[in-house]
Design a protein around this ligand. Structure first.
Ligand code: QAP
Ligand code: CO
Length: 169
């Protein structure tokens, strides 16, 4: 297992669109394991491969407090199930230190492949629905800051650019 470096906004590599996984093989399973280790160490509740500079459609999530509910989504697809929306204060390991309210569909259907390459389907609401949509955005080159006002987004960009310059000294 290995800890992977996490790209931070406004790194342009976070704008890449990830490619579908054609075969869930040992390379993908190693990526999944490294992503869990990286997410747990952070700690975070969700991580997309894009954030570790691997542009494949792979997401890991664990909403539990004790690392007991690891979820893997390979080639995830979502459908909105009803008009209800949900508002959540979102954060992101690629936007460290910033949280903003994002409105998203509250009830979705998700189809994906698991760690063994088997297809499954769930219909989450609440935080899991929010988290899957946030992570799927990453695979499409989108970040939660794209859902907030341009003013707030550019303030976050400036602050992180300052931090990155300080770290590079
Ligand atoms: C995405 O985010 C998410 O700013 C996962 O300093 C978050 O794991 C979806 C984190 C909230 C829905 C709701 C953020 C860790 C972790 C930070 C995360 C930080 C350290 C974020
Ligand atoms: Co994120």
């Amino acid at each position: 297992m290995a800890l992977l470096p996490i790209l931070e906004f406004p790194d342009p590599r976070l704008r890449n669109v990830a490619k579908p996984v054609t075969e869930v093989d040992a390379t993908i399973r190693k990526l999944v394991d490294d992503m869990f280790e990286t997410m747990y160490e952070a700690p975070g509740i969700g991580l997309a491969a894009t954030q570790v500079n691997v542009h494949k459609r792979v997401v890991v999530i664990d909403l539990s407090e004790d690392k007991s509910q690891p979820l893997v989504f390979i080639n995830p697809e979502i459908e909105v199930l009803d008009q209800e929306t949900s508002e959540y204060d979102e954060g992101c390991l690629s936007v460290p230190g910033f949280y903003e309210t994002v409105v998203r569909p509250g009830h979705i259907r998700v189809k994906a492949l698991d760690r063994d390459g088997n297809a499954f389907e769930i219909e989450p609401e609440g935080l899991l629905a929010v988290c899957i949509q946030h992570e799927l955005d990453h695979l499409n080159g989108k970040l939660f800051v794209d859902h907030i006002s341009p003013f707030k987004r550019s303030r976050i960009r400036s602050k992180l650019e300052k931090k990155h310059k300080a770290e590079a000294r």
